[in-house]
Design a binder for this molecule. Structure first.
Ligand code: HEM
Length: 533
């Protein structure tokens, strides 16, 4: 009897100790908690999330549906994590966090500590003046002029190499992974634009240890967010996934080091010629020189290389891959897009191209709505706050918003939100709708940290897809296509497709194409079932 009492007593003490321990799951008072999350004492939602990790974004969607659209936010806790709140597709709260009270919401140490290993203090992993300076320097690269003068030519040249590869696959009828091709296209294009030299991975088709390392590190680092401090122990012991991360980071940094050495050497050999070079590293080096700052260190330049490669490669490659998937799912739409693009010269400056291809633009936006390249983002509240809904958000709360959730919200997109339907991007009279607010459609983020490369990404994807659709039809061979749970949203195991030459592929017009007449626009859009939001 006394032994049983002792055991029970010890058990109760252990439970109380666990509840009070600093790593026990904490919740924010005053917020609803989803029963689906099986929010348990001490571990919180950890077990549920672990079980659904492979379908994480759909799990969030399910929880959100349980509340219904009228609940603007919900909360939960997870062992060893800060208490968290999800914004349930409420644009007013998102605007509050990303713009009105921007300075109260940072990336925060919880995020930064986990990403430090490969993002360092780069633009994606910094706050305050460190972030502001990088944004300012980099923004000079994304002007309309450089888009027109420097970037579109590179996209076109590399787009032609992609077409060569498609021609090869079309001729022998082979099945291939087009996602891999897109990742090579965006990597090569961005490295050439940002660092002045092609990586060569598109033309030679050889294995890419650097890019593979990038993928592995991103995938494994995403796990650090969910399973408590286990990663710290694994990291200290250099075992399992943490060992793989360290190996991958070394490969990435060796590559970054080569890029930095080359740019430094070129600057030494030709200081005058290099002063006005448009490449990104030169801009950071010149900025420090012009502002009398200390010389930019190797680590700072490494952060620029790795952060911008993620920005420029993964996001756009994900968009192109999901767009090709949707093309293959909708053969009728593929034909309508062909009718729109067949007469256009993609060699031309492409901001015009984007305006002249409203159907293709709507197609890309609809793809991003359902398959956002950055499906989820977090902010750490660093000062107590009150939301427009009256919810009190204490300092130390993690605020999570999900473009995946926003894109599939019936409140924001109507009862057919889950359906791929480009007609929602047009008015009943066939004219394109006004672009939705960033806070309704946050695929490119919103507010002060809006994506710097939005126009570049749209131009690059429009050019690549217009070039491909002009010549080829796509069929997808994969069933049950889904995403990998990582920082961005690539297709799991790639996208296996077959391409077929179009019989009547006309050559692009040699001279600049005239703007489509209103009649043309009307005609190309009249086939769209008009069912705008
Ligand atoms: C479809 C393509 C793209 C999508 C969906 C996208 C989306 C996003 C999102 C959601 C963020 C916010 C990330 C965060 O703060 O955690 C972001 C930031 C950023 N993006 Fe993009 N992006 C795309 C393409 C690009 C490209 C091609 C570039 C560069 C050429 C680029 C450059 C940047 C930069 C520099 C930031 C950091 C902005 C800041 O923190 O101030 N993006 N992007």
């Amino acid at each position: 009897m006394s032994l049983l009492f002792f055991l029970l007593y010890t058990l109760v003490l252990a439970c109380v100790g666990l509840m009070l321990s600093p790593i026990a799951a904490k919740r924010v008072p005053g917020f609803k908690v989803g029963s689906r999350l099986r929010d348990l004492p001490f571990v919180g939602s950890l077990l549920y999330v672990a079980r659904h990790f492979h379908r994480y974004h759909d799990m969030v969607l399910d929880v959100s549906k349980e509340f219904g659209e009228e609940v603007p936010c919900w909360s939960s806790g997870m062992m060893a994590n800060p208490p968290y709140i999800y914004i349930n597709s409420d644009p007013a709260i998102l605007e509050h966090v990303l713009r009105t009270q921007f300075w109260k919401y940072e990336k925060g140490d919880f995020f930064k500590q986990k990403m430090q290993v490969f993002l360092g203090n780069g633009i994606f992993n910094s706050d305050g003046s460190q972030w502001q300076k990088q944004r300012k320097v980099a923004s000079h690269m994304f002007t309309a002029r450089s888009l027109r003068d420097d970037m579109s030519a590179i996209f076109h040249k590399n787009g032609c190499t992609v077409l060569d590869r498609l021609a090869h696959h079309a001729s022998n009828g082979s099945v291939f992974d087009i996602q891999d091709l897109y990742f090579r296209f965006t990597l090569d294009s961005f490295v050439e634009i940002a660092f002045g030299e092609s990586s060569g991975c598109l033309s030679d088709g050889a294995p890419m240890p650097f890019a593979d390392a990038f993928d592995t590190v991103q995938r494994l680092v995403a796990e650090r967010f969910f399973f408590g401090p286990v990663w710290l122990i694994k990291h200290a012991l250099q075992i399992g996934s943490e060992r793989e991360i360290s190996r991958g980071v070394k490969v990435m940094k060796d590559y970054g080091h080569q890029v930095i050495q080359r740019i430094r050497r070129e600057r030494r050999e030709d200081p005058e010629g290099h002063r006005d070079k448009p490449d990104l590293l030169s801009r950071f080096i010149s900025y420090a020189e012009e502002h009398g700052e200390e010389e930019v260190t190797e680590n700072e330049l490494m952060d620029v290389v790795l952060n911008f490669i993620i920005a420029g490669r993964d996001t756009t490659a994900c968009l192109l891959s999901w767009a090709t998937y949707e093309l293959a799912q909708h053969p009728d739409l593929q034909e309508r897009l062909y009718e729109e693009v067949k007469g256009f010269s993609t060699e031309r400056e492409s901001s015009q191209l984007v305006r002249q291809l409203p159907l293709l633009h709507a197609f890309l936006m609809e793809t991003l709505r359902l398959h956002p390249s950055v499906p989820q983002d977090t902010k750490m509240c660093v000062e107590d706050d009150v939301w427009p809904t009256g919810h009190v958000v204490p300092k130390g709360t993690m605020v999570i918003y999900s473009p995946y959730l926003f894109g599939r919200s019936e409140r924001l997109w109507g009862p057919n939100a889950g359906k791929f339907d480009i007609s929602r991007w047009f008015n009943p009279d066939g004219t394109p709708i006004k672009e939705p607010s960033q806070y309704v459609f946050p695929a490119f983020n919103a507010g002060f940290r809006l994506c710097l490369g939005k126009a570049v990404a749209i131009m690059e994807s429009t050019m690549m897809l217009a070039m491909a659709i002009q010549k080829y039809k796509f069929t997808c061979l994969d069933r049950d296509v889904t995403y990998v749970m990582t920082v961005t949203m690539p297709i799991k195991n790639g996208l296996r497709v077959r391409v077929e030459h179009r019989q009547t592929s006309p050559s692009p017009s040699p001279s600049p194409s005239p703007s489509p007449s209103p009649a043309h626009v009307q005609q190309s859009q009249s086939a769209i079932p008009i069912n705008a939001m």
